[in-house]
Design a protein around this ligand. Structure first.
Ligand code: SF4
Length: 579
């Protein structure tokens, strides 16, 4: 089976992190298809002199990568494909395998191009890539025209990097600033330049069909999931709704949901099913804890989100502290978060979190934060500081951090990874198709890349999926499969509850039995522990889940003082997810 993911527009470093995560785990074959934000990449044999102009001058990044070949460009209008496949053992590895593999990639493209109406393209092993057919109408071409570049790396019997096929003319001007692939006597073209006007989606579909034939096994099985396609160029479907402007007219949400194929939802007045209306009792102790937290000027997600599991978790000695303020620089469609201007960080906050953990006698602390895209490191240093402060205050206390994606910045993420949290949690939140509707400032590829990098750093990793926003059960299983493919150890799955009428509508109440199926599917795919139930939240049963995944969670539970029974209050709609 070939797992194909159309990932939309992706920054180069995010795709690289995801590639590396999939490459580290042989056994499943993947094809990532995407468009990159403008970037020039230098292969291991690149001559810097082939960069004719500083990339920044044309709004592009520059990245050096361990792949064959010289300099090339990636950007909008170009389909990039990264096959991450087990290819060894067919001819004993090494150059022989690489040559056969590259020829196979080229033939796949040649067949797809013929399907799209451009037959006669060629592959020349001396100049790896796919070349346009000689023109038959008009003067004989003096110069060969490259349609697709191919640059791969085979290591430990597994492939990385891949091909870049120019679909529209959009990328062509960028090639004028380099000597593409170091070839001075050849030029670059596109499908459009060759007279084939097709949409990116048609090219993806053609490549997907040929890829399934080539890498999908005997019955060409394809497991495909797509991030919704590129937003409107004029951004007309993006208005600053959730910042309070236009309250009562959730135009933005509806447009993006419709783009994702979700055209209806439950009325905000829809009565929740019994399994989502538990009696919640906050005992006196919980109120004591609340008083203590206020005294320390600390905030927990448990309270902010009105989480129905609060008293159970606190009684079990687990609480989720929110650091880095309460104003988020993003506006996810499911999250009840304040999006006004964030305040400066409070340098004393890590110490106070450590103090609270000590005074509450917690043995397992969860620390999270809103997204702080306004900070150079996205708030990463404060996370590292807080991990150290908790451990200083309560040696042996386990710390799980639920982090934002720090825009995929490897340095910022390394700051958190180097503090060695016992569990590194980052929420993927929803399935590929709903990413843009639910979390427009984040990305499926980036979140998988963040989790993959954390696993690469040797950490226990965790993620979370909200269901009931318009996804199908099969899509939830696909997302579990993607998390398993990058080695995620723990996943939580819970029902979406709409915070306000301004947020994404609930599309369905997911039956409790479905959560059982998600748990079984995820654990069958190799995820050590799946915590799945209608009321499950990211940090629910965090200590038990990490213990089940063999993480430091085995530490003795430091529960709240004895007698923590429940007091009845109605369930507030949990709205805040954080990170
Ligand atoms: S989910 Fe996280 S990033 Fe999104 S709005 Fe809420 S706090 Fe911000």
């Amino acid at each position: 089976m070939l797992h194909l993911r159309w990932l939309g527009r992706v920054r180069y470093r995010d795709a690289l992190a995801l590639q590396e995560a999939l490459h580290r785990r042989p056994g499943t074959d993947h094809l990532l298809l995407l468009e990159h934000e403008p970037v020039y990449t230098l292969g291991v044999r690149a001559d810097p002199a082939h960069l004719l102009r500083p990339p920044a001058d044309v709004g592009a990044e520059l990245v050096t990568v361990r792949r064959g070949g010289d300099v090339t460009f990636h950007g909008p209008g170009q389909l990039v494909g990264y096959p991450i496949l087990d290819v060894a053992g067919k001819r004993g590895g090494g150059m022989a395998d690489t040559a056969v593999y590259v020829a196979g990639v080229a033939q796949l493209l040649i067949d797809a191009l013929a399907d799209l109406g451009l037959p006669g393209c060629t592959y020349d092993p001396a100049y790896p890539g796919v070349w346009a057919p000689p023109r038959s109408d008009g003067p004989v071409d003096a110069v060969a025209r490259k349609l697709a570049a191919i640059g791969v790396r085979l290591s430990r019997g597994r492939s990385m990097h891949g091909f870049a096929l120019n679909v529209t003319d959009e990328p062509l001007p960028f090639f004028a600033h380099i000597v593409p692939c170091g070839l001075t006597d050849r030029t670059v073209t596109s499908l459009a330049r060759e007279g084939v006007e097709v949409s990116m989606r048609e090219v993806v579909d053609a490549v997907a069909r040929r890829a399934a034939e080539r890498w999908g096994g005997a019955d060409a099985t394809l497991d495909r999931a797509d991030v919704v396609w590129r937003p409107k160029a004029d951004g007309s479907d993006l208005t600053p709704f959730s910042r309070g402007e236009g309250a009562g007219t959730p135009v933005r949400l509806v447009g993006r949901l419709a783009a994702a194929g979700v055209t209806d939802g439950l009325a905000v007045t829809e009565r929740k099913p019994a399994w989502l209306r538990p009696k919640v009792r906050h005992v006196g102790e919980v109120l004591e804890v609340r008083k203590l937290l206020r005294g320390l000027d600390l905030v927990t997600v448990c309270e902010e989100a009105g989480c129905p599991n609060l008293s159970e978790c606190w009684a079990d000695g687990t609480a989720t502290f929110m650091i880095n303020g309460e104003q988020c620089t993003r506006a996810c469609g499911f999250c009840l978060v304040d999006t006004s201007k964030p305040r400066p960080l409070d340098p004393d906050e890590p110490r106070r979190v450590g103090d609270a953990v000590a005074r509450l006698g917690l043995r397992f602390a969860v620390v999270t934060s809103v997204a702080r895209d306004d900070l150079p490191d996205g708030g990463a240093a404060a996370f590292a500081e807080t991990i150290r402060a908790v451990r200083a205050a309560v040696p042996g206390c386990s710390v799980e951090v639920l982090i934002p994606d720090c825009k995929g910045d490897p340095e910022a993420l390394a700051t958190i990874f180097d503090a060695r949290p016992d569990v590194l949690n980052h929420n993927i939140e929803t399935v590929a198709r709903l990413q843009r509707a639910a979390r427009p400032s984040a990305s499926y590829a980036r979140s998988l890349g963040v989790l993959g990098a954390a696993k690469g750093a040797g950490l226990v990793t965790k993620s979370s999926i909200i269901v009931g926003m318009g996804e199908t059960d099969d899509e939830v299983v696909q997302t579990l499969r993607d998390l398993a493919a990058i080695g995620v150890d723990i996943v939580t799955v819970g029902q979406y509850l709409r915070p306000t009428s301004h947020h994404l509508p609930v599309a369905r109440w997911v039956e409790p039995a479905a959560f059982e199926r998600f748990k079984e599917a995820g654990e069958t795919m190799g995820i050590a522990h799946v915590e799945a139930s209608p009321l499950t939240r990211s940090s629910y049963h965090a200590r038990q889940a990490s213990a089940a995944a063999g993480a430091a969670g085995t530490a003795a539970s430091g529960a709240l003082p004895a007698g923590a029974a429940a007091a009845a209050v109605p369930v507030a709609a949990p709205g805040r997810r954080s990170g």
